[in-house]
Design a binder for this molecule. Structure first.
Ligand code: 5AD
Ligand code: SF4
Length: 469
């Protein structure tokens, strides 16, 4: 996308703002799915606020309702159609504009269902037409006609549009988009397109600006974050920008940004976890020592069918190497249970890896068939009750490990960034340890945004309690 197109959209923002003047209009945004979607929603919010809408958390009060969708698992579909049904009334009663965008809109069967059964939806945006929101809203306001603005999945990376962030200490920065891996269960490569990396200069500029605004923590996002610049072949081509030509060199450069205290990244692929990245994590204090390393399955045979390109042994060897080289490293992971053909012994392999690695956090998913993926056509789909039974066994193991791990925190000192008041306990402040455990503690609001040292006094499964020392 070139600068003229961004300029063009910025002009449409002004035009819509003029139309909306003095009308006190409100928008409601509903975000599904991963942090990349959350980050896209921050961009949507940025544009809408510049167009004169203010945010409301109550969809009944909204004049503009937008859904940012995800299609990684099936239950998202049911949830979306339920939600759209709910807002039909707002269309009838206050003529609200209803828009739907994101991954699910790249799926043909969904678009057809929307056309047929939900004709009151005004605007459909794809994963790469998000930036056209101002122009589309302008046209809807002018013509009152329904619009679909979905293009193919390989659109360019967008730079230079407004953004309204949800938090003022932590910020997400998307560094690459798309995926080339085609894991056989996954829909992402079909809806997000091929890998495209942002230019390091744009990323560094954004992070430097965030640091100036007082942000302390940066999460780098990408569907395959550690293959940053790989497809563009920066290293091979000998291109670099101020020493950045790969994921490892980007991490190093971000560590130089004054004011940024903590850097995390999601999601890396184990097959792309190169030694230079491990070295940077070990060397740089600012980089979180909790590494998210999606396992998906502990069985070499299932991993082969998933097209993950590593074996059980290779995964464990990578974890061991990192444990040796990075002091105090901890891991979180994603696991799918019930992939087609998964036997009891395959599942035992998954439990075995979970026992050996001792993850801090496990995001557990029941395999969900996705139309268009290779695994959807595989034989030996696993019956629902077996999937659920395995899921419960995995959950039990994970929870017993978490409870045990939590015990080890008691009495330790933890340096954390004070994020604000706890959502569940308004009298307590909250922050997270380097291993991403939520800690609550007593304190005054003036320390919000600063780093403090806590002593952990008790554990409560999903959070720890601490006191400032
Ligand atoms: N079924 C279940 N889980 C899935 N994931 C991706 N696709 C599917 C699917 N079809 C999980 C993977 C991935 C996480 C974001 O979602 O574990 O890492
Ligand atoms: Fe999906 Fe695999 Fe790509 Fe992750 S790496 S987005 S699981 S295809």
């Amino acid at each position: 996308m070139n600068k003229n197109e961004v300029q063009n959209e910025l002009q449409y923002i002004e035009k819509v703002k003029e139309i909306n003047q003095n009308k006190h209009l409100q928008y409601y945004i509903f975000t599904m799915g991963c942090q990349l979607n959350e980050n896209d929603s921050e961009k949507i919010s940025g544009m809408l606020e510049k167009m004169g809408y203010t945010r409301t958390e109550n969809s009944k009060e909204a004049d503009f309702i937008i859904f940012n969708t995800c299609c990684v698992r099936e239950n998202a579909e049911e949830k979306l159609f339920g939600k759209i049904g709910e807002v039909k009334k707002q269309k009838e009663e206050r003529n609200a504009i209803i828009a739907i965008g994101g991954c699910m809109m790249q799926e043909k069967h969904i678009i057809e269902k929307l056309r047929k059964s939900y004709p009151f939806v005004d605007l459909i945006l794809g994963t790469h037409t998000l930036y056209k929101l101002p122009k589309d809203v302008y046209q809807i306001l002018q013509t009152k006609k329904r619009m679909e603005d979905v293009v193919d999945i390989d659109g360019e990376v967008i730079e230079g549009l407004p953004i309204k962030r949800n938090d003022n200490i932590k910020a997400s920065v998307t560094i690459m988009n798309g995926c080339n891996n085609f894991c056989t269960y996954c829909i992402v490569p079909y809806v997000r397109g091929r890998e495209r990396s942002r230019h390091p200069q744009d990323i560094l500029q954004e992070i430097t600006e965030l640091a100036k605004q007082g942000y302390k923590e940066i999460t780098l996002l990408g569907q395959n974050v550690n293959s940053y610049l790989r497809e563009e072949k920066w290293k091979e081509k000998g291109i670099e920008w101020e020493g950045v030509y790969s994921f490892a060199t980007l991490l190093n450069k971000i560590c130089e940004v004054e004011g940024i205290e903590k850097i995390t990244f999601i999601s890396p692929h184990p097959k792309d976890f190169t030694d230079d990245v491990i070295e940077v994590i070990a060397k740089q204090d600012k980089i979180s020592k909790l590494i998210h390393l999606p396992l998906q399955s502990g069985s070499t045979e299932v991993l082969r069918k998933m097209n993950r390109k590593y074996s059980k042994e290779q995964y464990l060897a990578l974890v061991d190497k990192m444990k040796k080289q990075i002091p105090h490293v901890k891991f979180s992971t994603d696991i799918i249970v019930g992939f087609p053909g998964e036997t009891e012994s395959d599942f035992e392999d998954t439990l075995d890896v979970v026992r050996k690695v001792n993850f801090e956090q496990v995001f557990m998913f029941i395999y969900s068939r996705r139309v268009g993926t290779v695994a959807d056509k595989m034989e030996n789909q696993i019956p629902e009750e077996i999937k659920h039974e395995r899921f419960n066994r995995l959950k039990e193991l994970v929870e017993s490990q978490i409870a045990k791990n939590n015990q080890a925190y008691i009495g330790t000192k933890q340096k954390i960034i004070v994020e604000g008041y706890s959502k569940n306990n308004e009298n307590m402040l909250t922050g997270r340890t380097d291993s991403n455990k939520v800690v609550i503690f007593e304190g005054t609001p003036d320390i919000i945004g600063t780093m403090v040292t806590l002593e952990i006094v008790s554990e409560h499964m999903w959070y720890l309690k601490g006191k400032i020392v």
